[in-house]
Ligand binder design. Structure first.
Ligand code: ASP
Ligand code: MG
Length: 414
């Protein structure tokens, strides 16, 4: 019997009526002859509330505190898994809830954003043999010290893909409140189109550049383990079998190549500039070492050396949520870094154009810069990869930039 993993996000399980809707979708897949593991998120809004409560009582500055954070925020998924198992049972579908520690889904000790290290597949296989649906609480596992660990915000996507990989599932259907992955956020660009297929690599760039439809780690995991992932809506009366959503595929499965596949944006970054740092070997390491040690992810980096070559300005971006912390880390090492001034700006946005087509089409960067220039949008930092060009701009121009680029690269729906 084929194994199917179905994942339902917070809005799909937001209340009892929606949980019943989810249960009937699960029932349909069981009746179609699948062995089903369902991975659920917390009911929408619940995790935010739990996070707020923890923040109110703790600075979360050490491992013990992070473990308690996990103990609290993992509860949202525990509730949904139990409720869905009960509703399924009530519909005559044998089902059982599974918490991370019961599987067990083992993680490392980075509490609050733990990485999955191993998933025991035997117990769920046994449940399948007994004819049961396994309803798995997403977002959580168990750390090396036997403590509950969570996988970072949005982590139930990663739970689902990891479980699909461990069970060698036919497919991992990620049910959400949109019917697939779009060329750009349709709330901003009304002419955005749904993509039937997108490559793992493009999806990885889109997720890490701000598209919130899938957690970045889940895409990484899908790519590494070749899991067939489909993103589809839980609010449409359909099953995943005829692939109504967006399927993540290998590049050779894409027939027609466009120059650009999608445009992502993020308002979650902030810019830091260290002005007039001495231009000598080891400066970059001295700046970014302490940030890495503080677990702060640096994204875009640009360095401009002054004309006389003696000093350099170092500009980079960090997550907005880490700006205060990053500023402190830098200020604490002012004596060694010897910079003249420190500027920060949280009112920035990163806009990225993404597409494997970039490998075979020239002039895409210059076209992007021209479009932005014509709209009077100044570019503060640029970064590129083989299939992506990102620019940092003033936050107030985000919508304008997205719409102009979407049209210029021929992505608008007719
Ligand atoms: N409930 C968790 C969150 O809101 C995990 C998830 O939904 O993916 O981040
Ligand atoms: Mg999510």
């Amino acid at each position: 019997m084929p194994i199917l993993v179905m994942k339902f996000g917070g809005t799909s399980v937001a209340n009892i009526e929606r949980i019943r809707n989810v249960a009937s979708k699960v029932k349909r897949e069981v009746e179609a002859g699948n062995q089903v593991a369902v991975v659920v998120s917390a009911m929408s809004g619940v995790t935010n509330q739990l996070v707020d409560w923890v923040r109110e009582v703790s600075p979360l500055s050490n491992k013990r505190q992070n473990q308690e954070y996990d103990a609290v925020v993992a509860t949202g998924e525990q509730v949904t898994s139990g409720l869905l198992a009960l509703v399924l049972q009530g519909m005559g579908v044998p089902a059982r809830s599974w918490q991370g520690w019961q599987i067990p889904l083992k993680t490392n000790d980075a509490y609050g954003k733990a990485r999955i290290e191993h998933i025991e597949s035997g117990p769920i296989q046994d449940a399948f043999k007994a004819g049961e649906v396994a309803v798995v609480a997403g977002f959580q596992g168990i750390g090396p010290d036997g403590r509950i660990a969570t996988l970072g915000r949005g982590g139930s996507d990663t739970s689902a893909v990891a479980i699909a990989a461990a069970l060698q599932a036919e497919r991992c259907d990620i049910y959400t409140d949109v019917d697939g992955v779009y060329t750009c956020d349709p709330r901003i660009v009304t002419k955005a189109k749904k993509l039937n297929k997108v490559t793992y690599e493009e999806m990885l760039e889109m997720a890490s550049q701000g598209a919130k439809v899938l957690q970045t780690r889940s895409v990484e995991m899908a790519m590494n383990h070749k899991v067939r992932v489909q993103v589809l809506s839980s609010f449409v009366d359909q099953t995943g079998a005829n692939l109504p959503g967006t399927l993540l595929v290998d590049e050779d499965e894409i027939m027609e190549q466009t120059r650009i596949t999608g445009i992502a944006y993020s308002r979650d970054e902030a810019r830091i500039t260290l002005a007039e740092v001495p231009n000598k070997p080891g400066v970059a390491a001295a700046i970014f070492g302490p940030l890495a040690k503080a677990d702060i992810n640096v994204d875009m980096i640009v360095q401009n050396v002054t004309e006389d070559g003696k000093a350099t300005d170092m500009t980079f971006t960090v997550p907005k949520a880490d700006l205060a912390n990053a500023t402190k880390v830098i200020e604490d090492s002012r004596a060694t870094l010897e910079y003249k001034k420190l500027h920060t700006d949280a009112n920035v946005a990163k806009v990225s154009i993404i597409g494997v087509g970039m490998r075979s089409h020239a002039g895409i960067a210059q076209e992007m810069f021209k479009v932005l220039g014509e709209k009077g949008i100044n570019i503060q930092v640029i970064s590129t990869s083989e299939i992506k060009i990102s620019v940092l701009i003033a936050e107030e121009y985000t919508e304008l930039a997205l719409r102009a680029l979407h049209t210029a690269f021929g992505l608008d729906a007719q």
